[in-house]
Design a protein. Sequence first.
Length: 203
Amino acid sequence: MELEFWYEFASTYSYLTVMRIEDVAAREGISVRWRPFLLGPIFAAQGWNDSPFNIYPAKGRYMWRDLERRANAYGLPFRRPTRFPRNGLLAARTAVVASDEGWCPSFTRAVFRANFVEDREIGDAAVVKEILAEIGRVGDEALARAGADDVKHALRAQTEKAQALGIFGAPSFLAGDELFWGDDHLEEAITWLRERKGDRASP
């Protein structure tokens, strides 16, 4: 069975999930469908023009410390970026291309590592091109493809689908028809999916 993983490149907690979801899912025999989307339009619909972690400073302070704790518990490197949130539009468009061509997980991990470990400017085309080279892709070709109208439309449609599904933040997981939100619910989403797979297999 397949778990849909909805994530945004500027999302802090998505970093934690991106770096571990394939291992966690593989242990349970679950495949992962990577679904990049944009939170900006979803936040705008709620009247926000910035991350809620910036709009509500106390929430932001808690989030950064919580992220440090959770990354440490998972054994993941973490460095607070000097600018937050960074623009993930180009990375998201490139991830749509990567999804079509089968290299979305490696690209996504590399971008999140660049943002939340290496403090690189992932909204910069030159940085995205470097990341593509690091994973063995031809940057000029991938970026040209990412700028095509069909890719732009595909990302917009994916974001609209996220809204239609009731997704309001990232990371989110769709286990069948059941929606889970937050890195701390990854295992719960996989368990839900696995148990219902077992139910279907029962006579």
